[in-house]
Design a protein around this ligand. Sequence first.
Ligand code: NAD
Ligand code: GLY
Length: 378
Amino acid sequence: MTAPVRSGDPIIVNLPLGERGYDIAIGRGLLAQLGKRVAALRPGAAVAVVSDENVAARYLAQAEAALTAAGIRSSRVIVPAGEASKSWRVLESVCEQLLAAKIERGDLVLALGGGVVGDLGGFAAAIVRRGLSVVQVPTTLLAQVDSSVGGKTGINSVHGKNQIGAFYQPVLVIADTALLDTLPIREFRAGYAEVVKYGLISDAGFFAWLEANWRDVLSGGPAREHAIATSCRAKALTVARDERETGTERHLLNLGHTFGHAFEAAAGFSDRLLHGEAVAIGTALAFAFSARRGLLAPAEAERVERHLATVGLPTKPSDVAFDWPGADALMALMAQDKKVRRGKLTLILARGIGASFVAPDVDPAEVRAFLAEQIAER
Ligand code: NAD
Ligand code: GLY
């Protein structure tokens, strides 16, 4: 079983992508080293910090002070907090502000915020002047273990979430785990669902470690850093093998997401059900569905559900006070998922904890019957 690292030096996880490779630095208090790290990476470059109103109110002054102390000229672009900022309108405003700030080809965009800021700022960086380098400074647990790593950037369209975007790798990720101390507990738990995901995909030892140490991950300290670093290592390995999701490897990261997507979409991608909460429900359902297919013992699926529930995450549709639509409507929402091909569903299923796999040919009728049961509709 994995043991916690000691606190002190940052943990460096490398994403080996050749000339697009980069480091992910993880540790408490790294925001203070921002200027030093950026100056070492791009001597003489100016920086445009993209952030949201909540994060800017808490951390922008600290970030700017660290940049100034290293002699770095910086400007700022602040967007409203929330998913609605992943829009054409806000993207346009960010791009125009970057140009107005005279950010040049050799300068840097620094995305300081959660997944919304990372996706939006990363995409703006990908298209302004045909590509500015971007440093991701994730401030939510979800962003530290998932969205800041791997290069998926983008905005939403009326046709769906994340439908406009680019694969655009950052040049550096700096995850200051102390910033998570101010994250609302509900947001922290939602990000934790993505941490659990890595154990369930391929690392049973990490899942067992989380069962024993989750309280320490929530409260901070070395266990939190260890959990984030282990998650980033798992994501980095996967992205290195299948950067653009052309194979099946990167699909594994969507464990819990196909079922989860249906509920998240039904709830209108709103704070009635956060992304990570939908993933928690989707993960519990993916394991329950795997058990029903005889792929794993029901006790394994129950163990997964128990851990998610113990941490305070929803695991069943009925855990969320929402009037869910019927199974047909949920199936229609699932069909919008990018993993539907020629009428068959691709699901991430499991032969055990840490033994997930891509099942490309799942019969929708079987899934519909299962979902109908889950929402107690017969
Ligand atoms: P978010 O960016 O909306 O942040 C959640 C809330 O927490 C916001 O109100 C934000 O202002 C606030 N916040 C952020 N950091 C804080 C801090 N340290 N202290 C206090 N408040 C803080 O949400 P998120 O969950 O980080 O990201 C969700 C987005 O990430 C979605 O748009 C999703 O599509 C995207 N995502 C992208 C990828 C990817 O690979 N690119 C992966 C997963 C999710
Ligand atoms: N969050 C899934 C991925 O990065 O592929």
